[in-house]
Design a protein around this ligand. Structure first.
Ligand code: GNR
Ligand code: NI
Length: 172
């Protein structure tokens, strides 16, 4: 396993639409292992493959927040089958939008069909933080970031701040 570099906004890669994978093979499993390690190292609760530069419809997640009892989840080719008409608000952050947080409204519950780490078809009914996180990650697969739900002014202020941070640091 190895830790990969997390791409941050502004970066065109984050706006790319990720492609479905043909099934879960060794390559996908290696990617999921790396993504999970990268996510834990960054103290995140979810990560989409495009955040490490791979445009595949693959997500890893662990909302357990307990170092001793890890509960990794893997979603390959996830599809949302149902969304609750009732919304819930959570303060969201994103590893690709460092140190920025905002309250975002999303359907409070959702149902997802996907393949797991072993390529088996699964169906999950999610609510609470899990539902929010799945929707946040699935947005990444469409090139959407949580800041896209903010006003133009707030979004452009955040992007400006992040570009300044980038130009003042050694890394691109
Ligand atoms: O670590 C993360 N925390 C988080 C908090 C509220 C809603 C969504 C998230 S996902 C985020 C990690 C990330 O950027 N995933 O794409
Ligand atoms: Ni994110």
């Amino acid at each position: 396993m190895s830790i990969r570099n997390i791409i941050t906004e502004p970066n065109k890669l984050l706006r790319q639409i990720s492609k479905s994978v043909d099934g879960v093979g060794k390559e996908e499993q290696k990617l999921m292992d790396d993504m999970l390690e990268t996510m834990y190292a960054a103290n995140g609760i979810g990560l989409a493959a495009i955040q490490v530069g791979v445009p595949k419809r693959i997500i890893v997640m662990d909302i357990s927040k307990n170092e001793n009892k890890k509960e990794p989840r893997y979603f390959v080719n996830p599809v949302i089958k149902n969304k609750d008409p009732l919304n819930a608000t959570y303060e969201e952050g994103c590893l690709s939008v460092p140190d920025q947080f905002a309250e975002i409204d999303r359907p409070s519950k959702c149902e997802v069909e996907y393949l797991d780490y072993d390529g088996n078809k699964k169906f999950l009914k999610a609510e609470g933080l899990l539902a929010t996180c799945i929707q946040h990650e699935m947005d990444h697969l469409e090139g959407i970031l949580f800041i896209d739900y903010l006003s133009k002014l707030k979004r452009s202020m955040i992007i400006k701040k992040l570009s300044k941070l980038k130009s003042s640091s050694a890394e691109a």
